[in-house]
Ligand binder design. Structure first.
Ligand code: AMP
Ligand code: GLY
Length: 421
């Protein structure tokens, strides 16, 4: 089987390493991949949103199966375009990817079908949004409607901050067209859980739960990032809560998408908050999370390609999706200065052991050397029978990845560890 993976970050590296375990896989191409992924796949210099060229490449190279990993090509219809040429894909079509592509769509879907989420209002008119904020409960949450690289969410602690966020999005255009409509929603509290789930549109098979660490600084301080580390499973996500989420959130979401003629196939990501009033949906993503994937897939015991194909073929009900009864921790190394400004081009070195456990997110090959090329550079994952050991081992292994200015949080997994105690 010849596979194509669209994307080029740590998540895609984890997906590729997992797919490679299937003995029928003869070749994997990545569009565009990255310098680290090049060790595990043939990287092709086509951007993840250059759908026309991706399709052309897939046809010319007789790709048997394609995995579209990032949000933007999914929202732009990459799966639709590949399927139109007869290439089966993992991932939702554009009409279902809208569940991530538009917050207004997803909020209205949840309201219509009674899926628990924060109370909200939608505004297309700035004056109306500002007027609403005069009396809205504070803190409040302002969200740009469209994709905004995970940065379109502002938690405003004061009325002034909330108004400024609305002005920045609707007038200042800081998120471009994504901010021309905004959602203003109720501020929720409680532990956050990420649940990625395979679905073929009929059944849902959740993967092991995980916990992201979104802020740049220790103890969840500082700016939001793409994610500085993850652990799985998430200790807050008990079996009872999982049952409740299946009944009140996962199955109703799949049914709602079917009722709207937007059948979702692929990986549906539920960003949940376990509030005092029960689990609520903070956001849906139409894809694997990054860096959740880097802890979830290493725990997957079933064959990833088989499960992915089952979501495409509608045979997920009879396909086993099994996870190891172990713990995983992933520690991200970022460029000094991320998520604001940082320098690139620093040479990277790995101990052989670290290399084996590391997914490369932001690096390129420069005259045969691997150099940094992004904000988040690597993610190093360890698996162990306890969370404590997994954390210790992930940090030990991540010591074996070096480049100038490498920054990591020192407390990945500590909150989860406290929760277990
Ligand atoms: P998102 O980009 O949608 O993942 O949101 C970023 C982060 O903002 C989430 O992980 C939450 O920590 C926080 N957040 C989003 N919506 C809410 C809400 N309604 N109440 C409290 N926190 C929220
Ligand atoms: N880790 C959150 C995301 O992938 O959006």
């Amino acid at each position: 089987m010849k596979l194509l993976v669209v994307g080029g970050g740590g998540r895609e590296h984890a997906i590729i390493k997992s797919l490679k375990k299937n003995p029928t896989v003869t070749e994997i191409f990545a569009c565009p991949g990255n310098g680290g992924i090049a060790a595990d796949a043939t990287c092709v210099a086509i951007g993840a949103t250059d759908i026309e060229k991706i399709v052309e490449f897939a046809v010319a190279n007789a790709i048997d199966y394609a995995v579209v990993a990032p949000d933007d090509p999914l929202v732009l219809g990459c799966v639709d375009a590949l399927e139109a040429k007869g290439i089966p894909c993992f991932g939702p079509r554009a009409n279902a990817a809208i569940i991530e592509g538009s917050k207004v769509f997803s909020k209205n879907l949840m309201k219509k079908y009674g899926i628990p989420t924060a109370e909200y209002e939608v505004f297309e008119d700035m004056a109306a949004a500002l007027a609403y904020l005069e009396t809205a409960p504070i803190p409040t949450v302002i969200k740009a409607d469209g994709l905004a690289l995970g940065k379109g969410v502002i938690i405003a602690q004061t009325r002034e901050e909330a108004k400024q966020a609305v002005i920045d999005m609707m007038e200042g255009g800081i998120f471009g067209k994504s901010g021309s409509r905004v959602v203003i929603e109720e501020f929720l509290t409680g532990p956050e859980v990420s649940v990625l789930a395979f679905t073929d549109g009929n059944v849902v098979k959740p993967m092991v739960s995980s916990m992201d660490h979104k802020r740049i600084g220790d103890n969840d301080t500082g700016l939001n990032t793409g994610g500085m580390g993850t652990v799985a499973p998430n200790p807050y996500y008990t079996a009872d809560i999982a049952d409740e989420c299946m009944k009140a959130i996962f199955l109703p979401t799949i049914a709602a998408m079917n009722a709207e003629n937007r059948t979702f196939k692929g990986c549906l990501y539920f960003g949940l908050m376990l509030t005092p009033k029960g689990p609520k949906v903070i956001e849906y993503n139409c894809r694997f999370g990054d860096p959740e994937t880097q802890v979830v897939l290493p725990l997957l015991e079933s064959d990833l390609l088989t499960v992915m194909q089952a979501t495409t073929n509608g045979t997920l009900a009879e396909t086993e999706v099994k996870f190891a009864d172990k713990h995983a921790c992933c520690v991200i190394l970022a460029s000094n200065g991320y998520p604001t400004s940082y320098k690139k081009g620093f040479e990277m070195t790995f101990t052989p052991e670290a290399l084996e456990h590391t997914y490369v997110a932001g690096a390129k090959l420069d005259g045969g050397k691997l150099v940094t090329s992004g904000g988040r550079v690597t993610g190093t994952t360890a698996i162990a029978s306890s969370l404590e050991e997994a954390i210790k081992e992930a940090y030990r292994l991540s010591d074996g990845v070096q480049f100038e200015g490498a920054y990591r949080r020192s407390d990945i997994g500590q909150r989860a560890l406290q929760a277990l105690k």
